[in-house]
Design a binder for this molecule. Sequence first.
Ligand SMILES: Nc1nc2c(ncn2[C@@H]2O[C@H](COP(=O)(O)OP(=O)(O)O)[C@@H](O)[C@H]2O)c(=O)[nH]1
Ligand SMILES: [Mg+2]
Length: 283
Amino acid sequence: MDTNRPAHTEAGDSTAADEEAKKAAAAAAAKLANRLPELRLVVLGWRWPGKSLTGNTIIGREEFRLERAAEFCVKRQTEVLERQVTVVDTPGWFSTQDTPPSYKEELLRGASLCPPGPHAFLLVIPVGMFTEVDRARIEEHVSLFGERVWRQTIVVFTWAEVLRNISIERYIRREGKDLKWVLEKCKRRYFVINNCIFGEHPQVGRLLEKVEKLVAEEGGIYNPEEVEEKKKKEEEEVKEKEEKKPLDENQNPAREGRELGARPKQNSGLNLSKAMEVESLSN
Ligand SMILES: Nc1nc2c(ncn2[C@@H]2O[C@H](COP(=O)(O)OP(=O)(O)O)[C@@H](O)[C@H]2O)c(=O)[nH]1
Ligand SMILES: [Mg+2]
């Protein structure tokens, strides 16, 4: 019986190895099928989590200045791993105070700097304590681009070296509901970047492949003009509805009479009797 065992295991191993090889080949084929010749990315986040440095890591050169009080978007373009890559670095939003309107406008401008629109928004979050306020600030600023933006967003974790031996999955679990909320909004698409590694490294290729997978899954890009048009249409619809409202009520004078006439009288009668009660008690 023992003699059969190694032969059986070998056969089992080779089947498992075949399966692995097939899976790897399928994954490689999918990556190739998703491949795009051009990629446009917009980097988002609050101030100082590593947006500009992430841009530099992707571009492979020190193109974006690391400055605390950046006010304007900066666009850079270069060839990365046989793709024409455009990165738009945006000024971050304020993490606790209100973000001035001019910063918000500049943030929005970022999406229109790479026509016909970005393939992905990279929402940069430094690994560390993530609070309810952080979540609310992200929601407020990301939603300036419209709800559609979440479909094109990938969370990019920076400062991941502080995790040491903890896996990113464990960190996400430990941080709790606020960080989870953000991740759920972008269908749990996240990427851990190591901004201490510069130059040739597989991480940039992996990030670009992740963007390409997102485009394949979501079936398109974020088109700022389309979103703006939709926003305008929705606003017009709301305005139209509001304009129609008083007209409808005026068309039913009987109802108007009932509502405007009967109720105040009833109420005032009630109030009067209550007031009398109080008065009589106090007497
Ligand atoms: N150790 C470490 N430092 C980082 C990382 N990302 C950014 N930094 C540093 O954090 C500071 C802010 O980075 P910057 O890219 O200018 O932030 P931005 O305001 O979001 O553009 C700079 O001193 C960077 O060198 C990271 O992943 N690890
Ligand atoms: Mg910056």
